[in-house]
Design a binder for this molecule. Structure first.
Ligand code: BGC
Length: 375
């Protein structure tokens, strides 16, 4: 059984980040030197950050990269942020280059646990601490893990589907299009979804047609697989659990082809501009908003502590733990809280500065935006 203790990211992180940012401005700009008090400083220290892909979700380049860049800067760190574009060889090469360029800390959002664990082992052999970013590398050796409560993400998806199906006839048919089997997060999302949905399947309130994981979170493949399942089921579906907004978009394209979009609730995740637009248009029922700025800020604060070798300070930030079920160890973690978003509260994502109203409120959606107070 996986055990997770939450280290809730509250207002405290923002406050202390603001304070650190002021301090960083006053700190000496020499790379990794000492402060006036003689304490080692992380100011100007190099941190390598590798993101996994671009195509599986708009989050990595749209939200994570800018948030990490800003948070690292606020901590006085010099971040080298690269994206492996779903290529495991490129992922390894980027890590090698970063390690030999003298990064003080390596932050990895891995394509899969295998490559993540091998990169972490190499970095650690050189004495470089490693932070698993968003995805935990099972069987790895990373020192810390920063993410969201991913079982909770799945529970919100399951809850969204259950809410959307309220009042529908018993035995309404559900198709599940899941994330990559090689991404531990996808396993956790599924675990969370099933906490809500399994009892409903068991009671006959809902009927599971098929649940299908999608290799590499490949959105296009997700659409094709969904279409095959739909066809095999005689074109009948009442709800679709899609593990993220990218997969949801591919599902909605197929539903539209069959004249079913807007009639069949679809779940999602990441609160991407396209996902939110699909919600406003009525084609997608919900998404999960993960405040990536908090994830990035916690990562940067951990990196700053580790860059100056202050493990005690890092441990004070990562007060939760996440079970690595393969390595059978508890990894010190910071896990932020996800939030369920439906049309009624799309506004939250805009108000928090993740998406601009102008991005969402195109001519066709302008009236909906006005109705929902999105501006
Ligand atoms: C992330 C999701 C993302 C998915 C595909 C997961 O590991 O947590 O936010 O949608 O990968 O990129």
């Amino acid at each position: 059984m996986r055990r997770t203790t939450l280290a809730l990211l509250g207002a405290g992180v923002g406050v202390s980040l603001a304070l650190t940012a002021c301090g960083a401005n006053e700190a000496p700009s020499s790379g990794g030197g000492s402060t006036a008090s003689g304490q080692p400083s992380s100011s100007g220290a190099k941190v390598g950050v590798i993101l996994p892909e671009t195509a599986t979700s708009a989050r990595w380049e749209g939200f994570d990269r800018p948030a990490i860049a800003e948070a690292m800067k606020a901590e006085g760190l010099e971040a080298d942020i690269q994206n492996a574009q779903g290529d495991v060889q490129k992922f390894s090469q980027l890590a090698d280059t970063m390690i030999s360029s003298g990064v003080k800390v390596l932050v990895i959002g891995s394509i899969n646990s295998e490559v993540g664990a091998s990169v972490a082992a190499k970095a650690k052999a050189q004495g470089i601490p490693v932070i698993d970013y968003d995805r935990l590398n099972l069987g790895g050796s990373s020192d810390y893990y920063v993410s969201f409560d991913n079982v909770k993400v799945g529970e919100l998806q399951g809850q969204g589907m259950a809410d959307a199906m309220k009042g529908k006839p018993a035995g309404s048919q559900i198709i599940e299009i899941e994330g990559a089997p090689t991404d531990n997060n996808a396993t956790l999302f599924y675990e969370g979804q099933q906490k809500v949905l399994k009892p409903l399947y068991g009671a006959g309130t809902l009927k599971l047609v098929q649940s299908q994981p999608i290799d590499n979170w490949d959105n296009q493949k997700g659409g094709q697989v969904f279409e095959q399942i739909l066809t095999a089921n005689g074109g009948k579906v009442d709800g679709v659990v899609a593990a993220n907004d990218g997969l949801a978009g591919a599902v909605i394209t197929v539903l539209r082809k069959n004249g079913l979009n807007g009639k069949v609730p679809v779940t999602g995740q990441d609160a991407t501009p396209d996902g939110l637009k699909a919600i406003l248009a009525g084609d997608q029922y919900m998404t999960v908003f993960k405040a990536i700025k908090k994830e990035a800020e916690a990562t940067a604060k951990l990196a700053a502590a580790l860059a100056k070798g202050d493990k005690a300070a890092a441990d004070k930030i990562a007060t939760g733990t996440t079970k690595d079920t393969k390595g059978n160890r508890d990894v010190k973690s910071v896990l932020a809280e996800p939030q369920l978003i439906t049309a009624q509260n799309v506004k939250v994502v805009v108000d928090e500065g993740y998406v601009k109203a102008s991005e969402l409120c195109t001519a066709e959606l302008a009236a909906k935006c006005t109705e929902l107070g999105i501006k």
